[in-house]
Each structure stands twice: as structure tokens, then as C-alpha cells.
Design a protein around this ligand. Structure first.
Ligand SMILES: Cc1ncc(COP(=O)(O)O)c(C=O)c1O
Length: 427
């Protein structure tokens, strides 16, 4: 699934998502424009929730895209939420997210972070020993905060180095291998401000091959067996993180959310049965797999530069400021001509951004019908880790965002203005 579920070519031969013509949207709202298809967001949420059923809880990972207007749709589908900063929590509260469904993660929480999680009534996912002291200073005597511990299972999934998190050499979590995880559980159980409800791990992102997740599950269950034997402790909840990859190109074939959930549930059930453990609730926290396929980015073509025998550059009015992924991890994208998505492809072109960096390239050697200045290009699978990582580099205001559904578009984030660039500056 490269394009949103409601995608079709309309009678005018143009791309349509959520019943809205993408060329018209670009005209109405300007470009760069991010368009989210509400139906795709809901379908992706439902697929996770239905596959997991009563066996656990699905949290959406707000870091993938955390605009309040988007979070409201996810909340309405019944998902919990994973936030990693006071700022993400602030956005979630602005969205009216039910706070008992919020989990606060992060490897270097400040006292303010822990206090914000406590004040909101969120569950804290403890990532390092310093948080035990912070909890003493935040949680009043006689009270307890619901907490989980983030484990590092020592597994590196098949993904880019920069988005692998579960290996021994990682800044995240208590390592099982080094003994830190065991020491952390003992401290948490002895801590008078902690109600230890679960253990959590997350091994990486944009993962297609689920063997890493299954291997991590085995390691965590071995760890659980040791906890039960030595401490008599069995957690209510077991978090296996997010990480399910999505299709960015026509060749990508990621597992579906249902396949991901089923594989993890099967591994959990078999592992639990072999060790005679109590079955915990399985907690999953997808980000990319919910938001990614729902969003497309629209750009207007400006300069076209031919270098004979080398390549044709097609420059658009956005780039690394709204989508850093190609530059950050060498991510690949497809592109479509919004007025003629199925037109016969001319020789491949390279889509360049307008930022003052030679690495500001959105997609290299993509097939497109002949493109002219003023055309609208659509980059699919742009819903996750694009706008949430956006910057004002080169003094560029960040794009607007619309949510489309049944022929209606609603603006959920306005385009930034030059005054926004000055908002925090002191003259
Ligand atoms: C702890 C944790 N949970 C969940 C996620 C979401 O991952 P993804 O967007 O790949 O599903 C991340 C992202 O890296 C993460 O660090």
C-alpha cells in the first residue's frame, strides 16, 4: 500500500484522496502541503486494534506525527498514546487525549518531564536509574505512579543503523545482558512511589523482517522467567514497541499490521506456554505504520535543470525542511504527477528541494511523465517522521496540513508565516 486507501484517479484524470482532487487542494491551500486521509488513519488504527482484540493495548507513537487534529482521530479509534517529552504531552492534552491512555517515554527525562507525567496521570516508562530519584522528588509520599521499565533486549533488527534501538550499544533502556534490567526491576519493586505494571522494549523502526521482534520476545520472556523464579514478580503488561515498516516505493512489501500483531501474539503465547508464565497484556506502539501511509506531500515544480548525459533536476518548493528523511537515513521515495499519475514515464528525474544544501534531494531517478514548471507533484507515504521533524532551516515557514474525508478538506495546521519565524526572536 503506497497510496492512501481512498486514492483514485478521478474523471479529470487527476489524483484524488479522500474525495478531494490533489491539484485543487494545492491551488486552495498552497504548497508544500501535507494531506492526510482520515479513512486511512482509521483503517490502520482499526487493523491493529482488531488484530490485538482483548489481548492488549495499542498506543500510537506521537513522534511519528503529533498534530492535535491528527491525534483526535487516533484517540477516537480508541488507541492509547506514547509521548516522549513535555511538548508532545502538551499537544496531546490540547487534543483532549484521555490521559489514562498516555505513556510517557524518553531516555533523559527531566524532573519537569516526570512531574508533567505525574500531574497528567500518565504511565511513566522508566528508561534509566536517575528516574528513581526523580520519582522521589515528584511523587508525594503515600502515592504511587504507574510505571513500566524499558528493557534493552540486545537485539538489532534489520533496519538502518540510525533507527535501530534495541542493541546492547544503545542509549535506550536497561540492558538485560549487562544485568542493569534485573537491578532496575529490583529497585522499582522496592520503590515506595512506583506501581510497577509492566516491562517494555522497542528494538527499531521501519522493520520488514519480524525475526528481530520474535528474537527480542524470547529474550524478554527468558528474563521474565528469571524474575518470577527469583522475585515472584510477573508483569501485567508487556510492551513490544512499534517498528512495523511501511512501503515507500513500489517494490516495498512490508507485513500488514494484522500480520505483525499475529506474529507477536503467537510468539508470546508459545513462549509463555513453554515457560509456564502468566500471560501479560501485549502493548504495541506503532507510529509510522499508522501515520505514514495516510499522508501525502504536495509540492509545486519550479526550476527544471538539465545536465545533458547526467540527469534532469526537477526542483520543488519544499525539501529537507519538511522531509529530512532522505538526508538523514538515505530514505527513498516515489513521486507522482498529480494531474496525470498514470501518464507514460519520460526518462527518470531527480527531485530536488529548495534548501541551500546539495544533499537536499527528495527522490533520485524517479520515473515521471514529462513535467513542467507549475505542475504539482505528490510524494506518497509522507505521513510519518516528515513534519514531526520539520525545521525552519533557511527561514522557510513550515507547511500547512489538511485532513481529507468524503470530499471535504479541513485545515488542521495552518501554514506558518514569516511572523511565526520571528515569534521567539528578541529584537
Ligand atoms: C519507544 C518507541 N516506541 C515506538 C516507536 C514508534 O516506532 P515506529 O514509528 O517505527 O512504529 C518508537 C520510534 O522509534 C520508539 O522509540
Amino acid at each position: 500500500m503506497l497510496l492512501p486507501v481512498t486514492y483514485r484517479v478521478n474523471d479529470a484524470g487527476r489524483m484524488e484522496v479522500g474525495g478531494c482532487d490533489l491539484v485543487e487542494l494545492a491551488r486552495t491551500y498552497g504548497t508544500p502541503l501535507y494531506v492526510y486521509d482520515e479513512e486511512t488513519v482509521r483503517c490502520r488504527c482499526r487493523e491493529f486494534v482488531q488484530a490485538l482484540g482483548e489481548r492488549g493495548e495499542v498506543l500510537y507513537s506521537a513522534k511519528a506525527f503529533g498534530s492535535p487534529g491528527f491525534l483526535q482521530v487516533v484517540a477516537a479509534e480508541g488507541l492509547g498514546l506514547d509521548v516522549v517529552s513535555e511538548g508532545e504531552l502538551y499537544l496531546a492534552l490540547a487534543a483532549g487525549y484521555p490521559t489514562d491512555r498516555i505513556h510517557f517515554l524518553g531516555n533523559n527525562k527531566s524532573r519537569e518531564d516526570v512531574a508533567a507525567a505525574y500531574d497528567a496521570g500518565a504511565t511513566l516508562v522508566i528508561d534509566g536509574f536517575q528516574e528513581f530519584d526523580l520519582l522521589n522528588s515528584v511523587v508525594p509520599q503515600g502515592s504511587r505512579l504507574r510505571c513500566e521499565l524499558r528493557l534493552s533486549p540486545g537485539i538489532r533488527p534489520e533496519t538502518h543503523d540510525f533507527i535501530a534501538t534495541g542493541q546492547l550499544d544503545s542509549k535506550f533502556g536497561f540492558s538485560i545482558e549487562s544485568g542493569a534490567a534485573r537491578a532496575a526491576v529490583e529497585q522499582a519493586l522496592a520503590h515506595d512511589r512506583i506501581e510497577l505494571v509492566g516491562l517494555h522494549s522497542h528494538i527499531g523502526s521501519q522493520v520488514f523482517d519480524l525475526r528481530g521482534h520474535l528474537a527480542a520476545m524470547e529474550i524478554v520472556l527468558d528474563f521474565l522467567a528469571g524474575l518470577r523464579r527469583d522475585l515472584g514478580f510477573e508483569p501485567e503488561r508487556l510492551g513490544a514497541g512499534g517498528g512495523l515498516g511501511i512501503a515507500y516505493t513500489r517494490e516495498d512489501r512490508p507485513p500488514s499490521p494484522a500480520e505483525f500483531v499475529t506474529a507477536l501474539l503467537t510468539a508470546l503465547d508459545q513462549g509463555i506456554a513453554r515457560r509456564g508464565l502468566r500471560t501479560p497484556l501485549l502493548v504495541l506502539e506503532p507510529g509510522r505504520a499508522v501515520a505514514g501511509p495516510a499522508g501525502v506531500a504536495l509540492y509545486t515544480v519550479g526550476a527544471i535543470k538539465d545536465i545533458p548525459g547526467v540527469r534532469r533536476y526537477v526542483a520543488v518548493d519544499g525539501g529537507m525542511g519538511d522531509n529530512i528523511r532522505p538526508k538523514l537515513y538515505g530514505a527513498r521515495y516515489e513521486a507522482f504527477l498529480a494531474r496525470d499519475p498514470e501518464g507514460v514515464a519520460a526518462p527518470p528525474v531527480t527531485i530536488a528541494g529548495k534548501y541551500c544544501e546539495s544533499t537536499d534531494i527528495l527522490a533520485t531517478d524517479v520515473p515521471l511523465p514529462p513535467v513542467q514548471t507549475g505542475d504539482v507533484l505528490c510524494i506518497p507515504a509522507a505521513g510519518a517522521y516528515c513534519l514531526s521533524m520539520a525545521s525552519n532551516y533557511n527561514g522557510m515557514p513550515r507547511p500547512a496540513v489538511v485532513m481529507v474525508s468524503e470530499g471535504e478538506a479541513r485545515l488542521i495546521r495552518r501554514r506558518e508565516t514569516f511572523d511565526d519565524l520571528l515569534a521567539a526572536e528578541i529584537l
